[in-house]
Structures are given as structure tokens and as C-alpha cells.
Design a protein. Structure first.
Lengths: 227, 321
């Protein structure tokens, strides 16, 4: 449904650009490129973030590393207060222009919610349940995969969904450092005062955010059913 | 065994955490190459220039060439991207102080493609009706600002890292436009706006200090993001005056699709239409022309013998054959 809406919006805006300037940007080819850039940035950075933050979150929830966990969680909380545009700008000063820099910034920014929720999810497992598992003779690895992770799963997924949705929004800022994406439409729209451009960028990225959230929701349901 | 795994697991995870930025860092680094050895013509432009009727698409058509890749980014970033060799050519503004500082050159617009962009203070009519003396007070600034003066003022901020307010003050004192000490405000409040780039900040600072010197309570609302936001602020009455460029007003705010190339004509037509449609008054304009420019690195341009945009077109087209 979201894809259809997005497609319809794209067709509408390409067919009714409203002005010569907007028409120059709103072509099917260009929209396809921008979509690919935006989706690429979000998907790759989110996947990287999930593969880094999940193990790290599990790691810091181990009893022996609890202290590290508390410290890391605080760092993460402070890190989240840095505005996303600042993260992109800072990465730019170190890494230069382009897609990879945007990827790095998005990765860094979406690490935090996933890490925090993984940690919080595992910590929320009642001690009694864990003790019962130990009492049944389960090994720590087994406890992790059979008890802790399944119980923490909804919270972890909530973190991933937050990260991805935020990522879709943050990725619109990547256009400032030459990485393209829907932000290109938004910023150009603001710059030259063409509502169609602005709206097309906003609507497409909003739909992408909803689509991602919906897909992740489906994944969550599937996984929940299987555990 | 379990211990081993968890021990090495930690090392693995930590190294992964540090490796990722390194990996992405490798591909984003600066290009080191000999002057003139450009194998891919990448062009850096901001969003506005990439779509404007007087921007990139028509420029390429007139001069008859194409870049291999056009990268769209924030305006302030193009100069640095060019200096670092991440792009081969870039657009910028002709009066920017970084052009000299970063060893860049403006390519001559030998086919007179770029239209004129002379700045002038734009005031709301009601404010001017209330304080008719503003016309004289603000009107005398413009004629003193020629291109050389403006590049110099811009360079003081961008290159020597001076404060725009201080640069404006020094210049005004030199010109004898203000006194050392501003008098206590006796007249009403005037809110001064500007866009966010250096030249606009300097022009804003100049305006504020001149107004303060004339006894107004000048409120600093400079540094607003982009033409559109400042213009909205002016038409909605949130600010009372800011410096706009004739070409920008003609094309963006008044919505015309055909750019004008004569300073006087552009100014007069904008002045007339803005008063009639938006109740805005354009005061005397400055002779400096902050028009777009196409820049290259000095070393590259010299090695390839490029002085004009036509030269650039010829070099790119010959390289394709």
C-alpha cells in the first residue's frame, strides 16, 4: 500500500511539476536515483547499526560487564542529545563528501537507540526467570538465546524500528554533503520556493518511513510467532 | 572453550566497532594527484544553482558541454570540496573570500551567461513611511561597495576569521559612515535580517551599525537560512529590512523564468514590481555584482590552460573523443 501511495505521489508530482524549475528535478529517472540513494543509505546504515549494536548490547548486559554497561549507556544517552545535523557535519569534516560519510553518520546515529533498547530489554528479564533457567541446568549461551533474547525481543525490535524511522528522516540531511536522497527535493524546494518539490520530498520520505516501520512490524510478528 | 569465545568475542566486537569507520574512511579520503590530471569531471553545486533557469542546465546548454557527474551539496561546502580535489570544478559566488584563500580561480564567463545580482537594502513600505530618513541613511551605503571592496571584506571574515560585526565596523569607520560611539537609541525599533552566508552577515552588520548610529534601536535578526526564509520574514513583518540581490528577487521571489543581464534594467523592474505587488521598497543598489561563478583549482586551470568557461568546455569535450 505504501509503495503504491509512493508510486502514485511520484507520478502525480512528475506529471504536475507546476513550474519549469521543478520539472527539471522531478523526472522519473531522477526520482529513481534519489529513491535508490535514500533507501540505500537507510538500509545499509541500519543493517550495519543493528549488526554492531545488537552484539554490543548483549555484551554489556553480561553480569561481568555490568559496570561497563552503565557507563556505556550513559555515553549513549549523552550521544543521542547531539543533533543529527551536527553528526553529519562532524563526519563530513573528517571523512569528506559523499555517500560513505552519510552512511557513517547515519550508522553512528542509529547505533544508540538499538544499543540502549537491547541492553534495557535484556535487563528487564526478571531475575526469577533467569534463576529458573539456571536451576534447569541451562548454560549461559542457552539462557541468552532461549530465555533472555526472546523475552527482550519486543523491546529490541522497538529500538530497531525507532532507529530506522529516525534514520529515514536524518537521511534527508545527507544532501548537504552531496549524498543525495529525498533531502535533495526538500532543500531545493525550500531554496527556489517550489512547493511541489518540497512536498514531493516530504511525502516520499514520510511514506518510506511508514513503509520501513510497517515491514519491520511484519518481521516482528513473524519472529514472535516462531519463538 | 566458552571463555575463549567470550574473550575473543569482545575483541572481535570492539575491533568491528573501530574498523567500520576506518573502512568508510578509506573511500572518503582526499584525492592526491598531479595538477591537471583530471580523469573524471565532477562538478560541485548547491541545490539552488542546479535547477535555476539561470543556473547549471542552461549554462551547459549555452557552452555546449556536460560534466561526468554533478554532485549537489550545501553551498559552503563546494569551495572546500574543490580545494581538497574531491571535485574538478565547482560553482560559487564571485565575491567569496575563499576563492583567493583556497587558491581557486574564477573562470571568465566569456559568453555573458550569468545575469546580474546587485544587492540593495529592501525595506517594508510602512517602515519607510514612518521613517523617511531611512532612504538617505541606508541609501548611501550601496554606492561605496564595489566588487573589490566586497571580496576584501568577505576575505577578512572567511580567511582571517574576523567577526563580521568587527569587519563591518572597521569599514564603516574608515568610510566615515559612523561615529566611534553610537548614541543612545532615541527613535523606534528596526529589525534587520540577512541570509546566512558571510557577505550577507557583513551587509547585515553594516546596516545594524548604521541604523544604531542614526539613533534607531536596531535589532539583530541576521543569519536566517536561505532567500526564501528571509523574504518570508520580511513580507510577514518579522524583519523590516535586509539586503537582497536584484537577480534573486526577479527570478525567485517574483517568479519570472527569464533572467535579466543588465544591472540598471533588472534593478528598475524589480523595484517597480516589488512595490506594486508586495509593498517593498528597494533603496540604492551596490555596484558589486555577486553573481554565480564557475571555479577551478588554480593549479589545474593553469596546467590545462583554462581561463574561460569556453576553455573548460573545449577541454572536457576534447577529452571525450
Amino acid at each position: 500500500m505504501f509503495v503504491t501511495c509512493g508510486g502514485a505521489a511520484a507520478v502525480y508530482f512528475v506529471e504536475n511539476p507546476g513550474s519549469a524549475m521543478a520539472a527539471r528535478v522531478l523526472t522519473y529517472n531522477h526520482l529513481a536515483v534519489l529513491t535508490a540513494q535514500h533507501v540505500g543509505m537507510v538500509v545499509i546504515s541500519s543493517l550495519l547499526a543493528a549488526t554492531t549494536a545488537l552484539p554490543l548490547g548483549i555484551l554489556i548486559s553480561r553480569p561481568r560487564l555490568r559496570l561497563l554497561g552503565t557507563i556505556l549507556e550513559n555515553i549513549v544517552n549523552i550521544g543521542q542529545t547531539i543533533p543529527s545535523i551536527a553528526v553529519i557535519a562532524l563526519s563530513f569534516t573528517v571523512l569528506g563528501l559523499g555517500f560513505n560519510t552519510a552512511l557513517f553518520a547515519l550508522w553512528l546515529y542509529s547505533l544508540l537507540p538499538i544499543l540502549r533498547n537491547t541492553y534495557a530489554g535484556i535487563m528487564s528479564v526478571p531475575p526469577g526467570v533467569r534463576e529458573a533457567a539456571v536451576g534447569m541446568g541451562m548454560r549461559p549461551w542457552r539462557i541468552l538465546f532461549k530465555v533472555e533474547l526472546p523475552l527482550a525481543f519486543p523491546i529490541i525490535m522497538a529500538g530497531i524500528r525507532t532507529a530506522v524511522v529516525v534514520n529515514v528522516g536524518t537521511a534527508t540531511l545527507a544532501t548537504f554533503i552531496g549524498a543525495g536522497g529525498f533531502g535533495h527535493l526538500i532543500v531545493t524546494g525550500i531554496m527556489v520556493r517550489r512547493l511541489q518539490l518540497l512536498l514531493s520530498g516530504c511525502i516520499l520520505s514520510a511514506l518510506l518511513a511508514m513503509l520501513c516501520d510497517h515491514l519491520l512490524g511484519m518481521v516482528e510478528e513473524k519472529v514472535k510467532a516462531s519463538i | 572453550m566458552r571463555r575463549l569465545i567470550s574473550k575473543y568475542g569482545i575483541i572481535w566486537l570492539i575491533s568491528l566497532l573501530f574498523l567500520l569507520p576506518l573502512l568508510s574512511g578509506c573511500s572518503g579520503g582526499q584525492a592526491q594527484r598531479a595538477p591537471g590530471a583530471i580523469d573524471k569531471w565532477v562538478f560541485a553545486t548547491d541545490h539552488e544553482f542546479s535547477v535555476r533557469p539561470d543556473g547549471l542546465p542552461e549554462l551547459l546548454k549555452l557552452y555546449g558541454f556536460e560534466f561526468d557527474e554533478v554532485r549537489i551539496m550545501d553551498l559552503g561546502v563546494t569551495y572546500g570540496a574543490l580545494r581538497d580535489g574531491q571535485v574538478a570544478a565547482a560553482m560559487g559566488f564571485a565575491t567569496d573570500g575563499r576563492i583567493a584563500a583556497f587558491d581557486l580561480v574564477n573562470l571568465e564567463d566569456d559568453k555573458n551567461f550569468f545575469p546580474v545580482y546587485n544587492p540593495a537594502p529592501v525595506v517594508r513600505k510602512e517602515i519607510l513611511d514612518r521613517y523617511p530618513e531611512l532612504e538617505e541613511i541606508l541609501g548611501r551605503i550601496g554606492p561605496l561597495l564595489d566588487t573589490e571592496t566586497m571580496i576584501n571584506l568577505n576575505a577578512q571574515v572567511d580567511v582571517e576569521n574576523k567577526d563580521p560585526k568587527e569587519v563591518a565596523r572597521q569599514w564603516l569607520l574608515e568610510q566615515g559612515l559612523i561615529k566611534e560611539e553610537a548614541p543612545a537609541p532615541t527613535k523606534g525599533k528596526i529589525v534587520v535580517g540577512s541570509k546566512e552566508f558571510t557577505e550577507q552577515l557583513i551587509l547585515g552588520a553594516i546596516t545594524i551599525q548604521v541604523l544604531a548610529d542614526a539613533g534607531f534601536e536596531a535589532v539583530d535578526s541576521t543569519g536566517l537560512a536561505g532567500s526564501e526564509v528571509v523574504r518570508k520574514a520580511l513580507t510577514s513583518g518579522e524583519i523590516d529590512v535586509y539586503w537582497e540581490y536584484t537577480g534573486t528577487a526577479w527570478l525567485v521571489h517574483l517568479g519570472h523564468d527569464e533572467p535579466l543581464t543588465d544591472s540598471e534594467e533588472c534593478y528598475n523592474r524589480v523595484k517597480e514590481e516589488d512595490l506594486a505587488r508586495y509593498n517593498l521598497v528597494w533603496l540604492t543598489y551596490a555596484p558589486f555584482d555577486n553573481t554565480y561563478t564557475i571555479m577551478m583549482r588554480k593549479a589545474d586551470a593553469e596546467a590545462l590552460g583554462i581561463k574561460t568557461i569556453s576553455d573548460l568546455a573545449r577541454v572536457i569535450n576534447e577529452g571525450r573523443k
